[in-house]
Ligand binder design. Structure first.
Ligand SMILES: [Zn+2]
Length: 265
């Protein structure tokens, strides 16, 4: 019986303690539980003990994955800085990340309007940080789910970011609706089509066939996509430099698009 009951206790000691910082409290509980388990002869009682252990385990994980904070700065449409200096990147959405790219200002302003200087709750998924140390998160202001709202407004693209896929279907269906109803940047959708598009499997973004950056992708990373629909259906966002989804936007939100296009030629 002990053999069955030990794994959760081991998980408690090794996994959760390090993450939550409530080491001593949990260590005591774990020891008490282990003592009870060794003495318990009644199967029903043992199962109840096991349930308590599992509940405490998940409770700790929840505490770890959720955090309340104030937004100090908005970098762009999907990256912010919190009061303690931590940088947070939104899960499952893509937006132009540099000044000069099409729709940069529009996406940044939309994000700013939703979160700047406000109290937010961030929730992480399976992968908690990206390769640059930014926290990957779902962001909430009260009941408003910011990641989803930006896609709904047409101010961010849905993007598949495995293994963080909890809301993947929701994000892509919101994008479908925003595109259909021409919200945000979808007003500028390029309805003409290139003969094909080039995707990067690693970055999960696709390019126009003539894009300089597409032609420098590693052979193993390249994938040919026949249409924009296929690219979107397969969870690709776009390269904002060659901007295969949209036409050149109007002057006030253009952000040097022509200059960028010129550089690509
Ligand atoms: Zn490109």
């Amino acid at each position: 019986m002990n053999g069955v009951l030990c794994p959760p206790a081991v998980l408690l000691t090794k996994g959760v303690y390090e993450k939550t910082g409530v080491t001593e409290f949990l260590y005591t509980i774990s020891n008490v539980l282990r003592t009870i388990m060794t003495k318990a002869e009644n199967v029903k009682f043992t199962l109840i003990v096991l349930l308590v252990v599992v509940k405490v385990f998940f409770l700790c994980q929840q505490v770890h994955a959720e955090e309340k904070t104030i937004v100090k700065r908005v970098y762009n449409g999907n990256t912010i800085k919190m009061r303690d200096g931590t940088k947070v990147k939104y899960i499952g959405i893509d937006a132009p990340d540099k000044k000069g790219l099409p729709f940069y200002r529009m996406c940044k302003e939309a994000n700013k309007k939703l979160v700047n200087k406000k109290e937010i709750v961030i929730k992480t998924d399976l992968l908690e940080k990206d390769e640059n140390g930014k926290v990957l998160a779902y962001v909430y202001v009260g009941d408003l789910f910011v990641n989803a709202e930006l896609i709904r407004l047409g101010c961010a693209l849905a993007c598949n970011m495995p293994p963080n896929e909890r809301y993947k279907d929701k994000f892509f269906s919101l994008q479908k609706a925003a595109r259909k109803e021409k919200r945000g940047f979808w007003v500028f959708e390029d309805i003409s089509a290139e003969p094909y598009y080039i995707g990067s499997k690693n970055k999960k973004e696709f390019h126009r066939p003539g894009c300089f950056h597409a032609n420098h992708l590693d052979f193993d990373d390249r994938i040919i996509l026949r249409t924009k629909e296929e690219a979107l259906r397969r969870g690709f966002a776009q390269d904002w430099r060659c901007c295969p989804l949209f036409e050149e936007p109007e002057e006030d939100i253009k952000d040097n698009t022509s200059q960028k296009r010129e550089e690509l030629r």
